[in-house]
Design a protein around this ligand. Structure first.
Ligand SMILES: [Zn+2]
Length: 428
């Protein structure tokens, strides 16, 4: 974890400081002796670095290690109030924005209307972000995380058909206009990161977050961190073909999982069964179908049960491939979960290879703020873990936490260190 390089004493001190902070962030509370052992640093160096970090208000003594007869060791942890991050979930018609502290605790949140299809949508978004940054004036803001329903590459280029965005250079544009580190990912990935950092995934090194609703999404955590695949597209579970020559999907293929179990598919089936009027909105249709199922309508119940079975079979396949400890089911579609769960569980059990059966499956109530919190978690994660996105962007988040950047970077990407060095902290 320690980055050993030749360099000036000041540079080495900055690197040690970053490494110590990262270790406390991921493994804390932790003793000085353990830090020295894990980073191969001398006790004197650790004492000096941690004394500075305590003096700067970034870490504090949070507990004492149990004593084995000798003097108990003091355990160091992060100071949650030391820094903050912004998280935004971008939906087609609104933004959910939250501000969190280092522990991921939500300090402020709001929802604003937004038109993703507008020709100046990115400029509008930049304006909203600037306003949110102003609201956070006086705090050490590490960066902004954004969650979008689409595929996002390591630089922040977004392909999100649901927002009408084709190859939008969202990351580079926002970094240029805002002058803060901006990290962007698929919104289901941001949810998985949030679960890993401070949700039910804290205790699980390997887990899946499956979301249902308007579409079907998947976040994959393996070995304790998010798996994004070669092009950032890992988790396009909704576009796994489950029925040959099945209904046409929005992606152009036929028989995708999403084309059978997502809300538009359920409403279409409700119309075909004569349960719903053919001209209603998607939201009204799904609500009506759920109300019919709640009231015991056998046709409506059959539609949900069939969807539960198809989804369960597909999740059984995921369990066979990835062997997770835990599967979390989330998304607005879980409001109909009582009508899905029976058939879902039967098919998961039937579709799972016997030695891998018995994986815990939990349903997570859905709300927008949680997804936004997940987006903020991209920033917090960057302070503690190996880079997932373009390395320099995540390094700039780390530098901000370590206090290397002392001036707000109004549109530029270099900052003056306390010792007068110029440190490049980001890139467009
Ligand atoms: Zn598809």
């Amino acid at each position: 974890m320690a980055r050993l390089r030749r360099g000036s004493p000041a540079l080495i001190r900055d690197l040690n400081r970053s490494a110590v902070l990262a270790l406390i962030g991921t493994q804390g509370p932790i003793s000085r002796a353990e830090i020295a052992r894990r980073l191969s640093l001398s006790a004197a160096t650790v004492t000096e670095v941690t004394r500075d970090l305590v003096a700067d208000g970034l870490i504090r003594v949070v507990d004492q290690a149990p004593s084995n007869g000798g003097r108990p060791g003091l355990l160091l942890g992060l100071v949650a109030e030391a820094a903050q991050a912004l998280g935004v979930k971008i939906a087609p018609d609104h933004l959910a924005i939250v501000r969190v502290n280092l522990d991921g605790e939500v300090l402020a949140g709001r929802e604003e209307s937004f038109d993703a299809l507008a020709s100046d949508a990115v400029e509008q978004l930049a304006g909203r972000l600037r306003a949110a940054i102003e609201d956070a004036a006086g705090t050490r803001l590490l960066g902004i995380g954004l969650g979008v329903a689409g595929i996002v590459d390591a630089r922040g280029i977004v392909e999100a058909p649901i927002l009408g965005w084709r190859q939008v250079a969202l990351g580079p544009t926002l970094r240029e206009q805002i002058g803060l580190p901006v990290l962007i990912d698929n919104d289901v990935n941001t949810l998985a990161v949030a679960e890993r950092l401070y949700g039910r995934g804290r205790e699980a090194e390997h887990f899946l977050t499956v979301t249902i609703g308007r579409g079907v999404g998947l976040g994959i955590v393996v070995g304790g961190d998010l798996y994004r695949g070669a092009r950032g597209g890992a988790g396009e579970f909704g576009h796994v073909t489950v029925v040959a020559d099945g209904p046409r999907c929005t992606c152009g293929k036929h028989g995708c999982l999403e084309a059978l179990v997502a809300d538009p598919a359920l409403v279409r089936q409700g119309v075909e069964a004569g349960l719903l009027a053919p001209d209603g909105s998607l939201a009204a249709g799904i609500e009506r179908l759920r109300a019919l199922a709640d009231a015991g309508d056998p046709g409506a119940r059959r539609i949900f049960a069939q969807a539960g079975a198809v989804l369960g079979r597909a999740v059984g396949g995921l369990i066979n491939v990835l062997s997770p400890q835990l599967v979390l089911v989330s998304g607005e579609g879980t409001s109909a979960w009582p009508h899905l769960v029976g058939a879902f569980e039967d098919e998961v059990a039937r579709g799972t290879f016997a030695p891998l059966r018995g994986v815990a499956i939990e349903v997570d109530p859905w709300d927008d703020a949680k997804w936004a919190r997940g987006a903020a978690a991209l920033v917090l994660r960057a302070t503690f873990s190996a880079p997932l996105y373009e390395r320099q962007i995540e390094d700039s988040v780390r530098d901000r936490l370590a206090g290397v950047v002392t001036e707000p970077e109004s549109g530029q990407r270099s900052g003056h260190t306390a010792r007068g060095q110029i440190l490049v902290t980001g890139t467009a």
